[in-house]
Design a protein around this ligand. Sequence first.
Ligand code: ATP
Ligand code: MG
Length: 385
Amino acid sequence: MKLTADWLLAEPTQTILAALTKGGAQAYLVGGCVRNALLGAPVSDLDIATSNTPDETVRRVTQAGFKAIPTGIEHGTITAVRNHAMFEITTFRRDIETFGRHATVAFSDNILDDAHRRDFTVNALYLDASGTVLDPIGEGLEDLAARRIRFVGTPENRIHEDYLRILRFFRFTAWYGDAEAGLDVEGFAASAANQDGIEALSKERIGHEMRKLLAAPDPAPAVASMAQSGILARVIAGADLRALAPLVHLERLNYAGIEPDWLLRLTTLGGQDVARALRLSKAETRRLQVLRDHVGTTESPAELGYRLGFADARAVLLLRAVLLQTQFDPISLQNAEKAAAAEFPLRGADLLDRFSGQALGAELKRLEALWIASGFSLTRDELLR
Ligand code: ATP
Ligand code: MG
């Protein structure tokens, strides 16, 4: 079976694969790009697996005009960059079981070893420069066609090597699994049984997987299984999944017309210490707080639009509907959108002849509130009077 894609035929891809395979060495695109291309889904990053040692990889890509950055050299990963082209290149590896700690690795020159250390059969598919797909384990193509997310080998053992695979199991099932069939039964049982291992994972890694899970077209069924098995509570203490499915439902109605927004979905879950549990950035933490703070206020849709801008006003209106179980009114979106473009017609300078210091600030606030209450209709002259 031959696969074509513009990123495969592109000059940088062909150049780097040629450099890495010269003289009989092996190099393949692997993982998400191969999986998504086969599914006809968008491809974001390009990962390469190679039989070259990391030192040899650096030598070869540098000679081919790429800059080699040792982004994950301890597990054999080098990032090659040239202009806008970027590849993450990892030497074939074999995982060595370490009983509950992060997998230690040994390099290998054998693609089958490399396939066996990958998490799911659909992530262990390889693609060469000519577009030939390789399935060394012999289960990935069939699983992909049936949209089955199954661990490579025995789930229990694979989870013991790296407990992050539990969260990846839910993430990939949400994105690529068959919604009717649900989670792979053995994978789910092993995930539930080994969930204490999640506690030892770094918050960065957990946060990364949860962001991606919540960005899936419909993460609600996978999150419900996480909740049911107790895994969700280990990730976010006190999380409540009840508002997530209604939110996804509202998002899908045309009038809400919004792209999946993982932070909005996260907000529906509530829970304690979310920013720390998922290592949210400062900006993400601030947005989460803004959304939470405005759900319970009496501000009108227009006032939300004016104060928060349209996107966050819309997020708050959706949250109000699903968290407070109120009717969602599409007109409220129009009001928020109109108000988001409104500009308060007064500046501090307009009041300088009558007020100063704190009194000036307070007066400006009072007039702004009047203006908002008027539906943004009071003019500058009316306000000054
Ligand atoms: P996407 O980039 O769309 O999120 P992906 O499948 O490329 O999906 P990455 O996290 O980029 O996922 O990882 C690239 C590949 O590396 C995976 O497809 C998988 O083969 C392997 N991999 C990544 N993380 C793990 C892990 N924790 N255990 C085993 N294999 C892994
Ligand atoms: Mg990837």
